[in-house]
Design a binder for this molecule. Structure first.
Ligand code: PLP
Length: 434
């Protein structure tokens, strides 16, 4: 069998199995363009519509049950309807949710977030995108400069996306793009433009780019470059803050000027935050003359604040972070041994509880290394796992959540073994460990 035939069969089976999802998309398309309001969730031939979730389970509108290995692209670390998060939300509701004033919860969540991620001061936003927009604005105001050095393959939000260069929907800052994990290229660009660079914006691991970890020498080199040229290092930890009790920066002993956060920290509610150096964040102190404004009706909304406090105090404790990431490292190691033993050109990259399948052999250090990866293999993997009841991103990304049991992880590994044995001749030859 050829790869294209195998994919056509898997796709046809998916279409047969999911008539209600298909109908739902058509219904939604009456008012949403293409039936979609969040681009990352769309895929061909049509995306599944999810009806509900509980713990580590999801059910689609056709009634299939999935073990959730995506967990809302890392935001759903607590699982669906965790009782402690639920209780915090109910309590918040009972006390009124639109209070039109400062509330006590924002100060407590700020204390927890600042303590966890070594921030002198922090401010809340509604999303990771907004957090990065505000961090860039802060860096521009603090340095009086206009440009931002970012990296190809980076993703910092819907209007800060650099998958294949600058995007037509990006905010109109002056972006200078360099190659990820290539310190010499960044040094060259900073030599030329450093006098006008306000911020170097980088993910410690490119998440949406495919869970590609940054090398320690690259990231520390950026730190030194920023210091040398008077730019601020803005570390986007929206996805990576879960990788260790103090975020990826604590694993790397890296000290950014500003850190941006998002995802699970709001307990599964809309969330973002930016913070770090006290002298930079003081720009936003409204009691000072000439302060920078930072508005947002929902910046301190009590649902997010209360769910976030419950999550950090009682669920994603430092010990829980260490344990979840150890489980992820073990799973990724196990899957990679299976890829190598099967002699296939497949590998899982990532760190801790986040990983992504890539159908390539050899080192993956930047998205350019994935240019030749056959998307048909990733699609086949997706259809295979969905048909066996495992929910994951179409691009092959997995994010572990707290309610997953060891047996769920074993079942996932077994379904992957089945994928390898079913399609081995179509997967390309190689050894991911080479
Ligand atoms: N930065 C990174 C690294 C992300 O992965 C994301 C979202 O996936 C964002 C920023 C944007 O966050 P949000 O979707 O909350 O705007």
């Amino acid at each position: 069998m050829q790869l294209d035939d195998a994919l056509a069969d898997a796709r046809a089976a998916y279409i047969r199995r999911n008539p209600a999802s298909r109908e739902q998309l058509q219904e939604a398309a009456r008012f949403l363009p293409g039936g979609n309001t969040r681009s990352a969730l769309y895929y061909e031939p049509f995306p599944l519509t999810i009806a509900r979730g509980q713990g580590a389970w999801l059910w689609d509108v056709d009634g299939h049950r999935y073990t959730d290995f995506l967990a809302e692209f890392t935001c759903g670390i607590y699982g669906h309807s965790n009782p402690l998060i639920r209780a915090a939300l109910v309590e918040a509701l009972d006390n009124g949710i639109n209070l039109s004033g400062h509330n006590r919860h924002e100060a407590r969540l700020a204390e927890l977030v600042a303590g966890r991620f070594s921030l002198e001061r922090v401010r809340f936003t509604n999303s990771g995108t907004e957090a990065n927009l505000m961090a860039i604005a802060a860096a521009k105001a603090f340095t009086g400069r206009g440009a931002v050095l970012a990296f190809t393959g980076g993703y910092h939000g819907g209007v800060l996306t650099f998958a294949t260069g600058n995007s037509r929907v990006n905010v109109p800052h002056r972006f200078i793009l360099s190659r990820y994990n290539d310190l010499a290229a960044a040094e060259d660009l900073m030599r030329e433009h450093g006098h006008d660079v306000a911020a170097v914006l980088v993910e410690p691991m490119q998440g949406a780019g495919g869970c590609i970890p940054g090398d320690a020498p690259f990231l520390h080199g950026l730190r030194q470059l920023c210091t040398r040229h008077g730019a601020l290092l803005v570390l986007d930890e929206v996805m990576t803050s879960r990788l260790a009790p103090g975020g990826a920066q604590s694993l790397l002993a890296l000290a950014p000027d500003l850190t941006t956060l998002g995802k699970y920290i709001g307990g599964g509610m809309s969330f973002g935050a930016f913070g770090g150096r006290g002298d930079v964040m003081a720009l936003f102190d409204p009691g000072r003359s000439g302060a920078l404004p930072h508005a947002g009706t929902f910046n301190n909304n009590v649902m997010t604040m209360c769910a976030g406090i419950a999550g950090l105090e009682r669920l994603y404790t430092p010990q829980a972070a260490v344990a979840l990431n150890a489980r992820g490292d073990a799973l990724r190691g196990r899957l990679n041994v299976m890829c190598a033993e099967a002699g296939t050109a497949l590998q899982f990259t990532g760190l801790g509880s986040l990983m992504n399948l890539h159908p390539v052999a050899g080192a993956v250090r930047r998205t350019e290394d994935l240019a030749a990866a056959p998307t048909a293999v990733r699609d086949l993997f997706f259809f295979h796992m969905i048909a066996r009841g495992f929910y994951l991103a179409r691009r092959g990304m997995l994010a572990l959540s707290l309610p997953l049991e060891d047996t769920d992880i074993d079942r996932f590994a077994n379904a992957f073994a089945d994928f390898l044995s079913t399609y081995r001749p179509l997967l390309g030859a190689g050894d991911a460990r080479a």
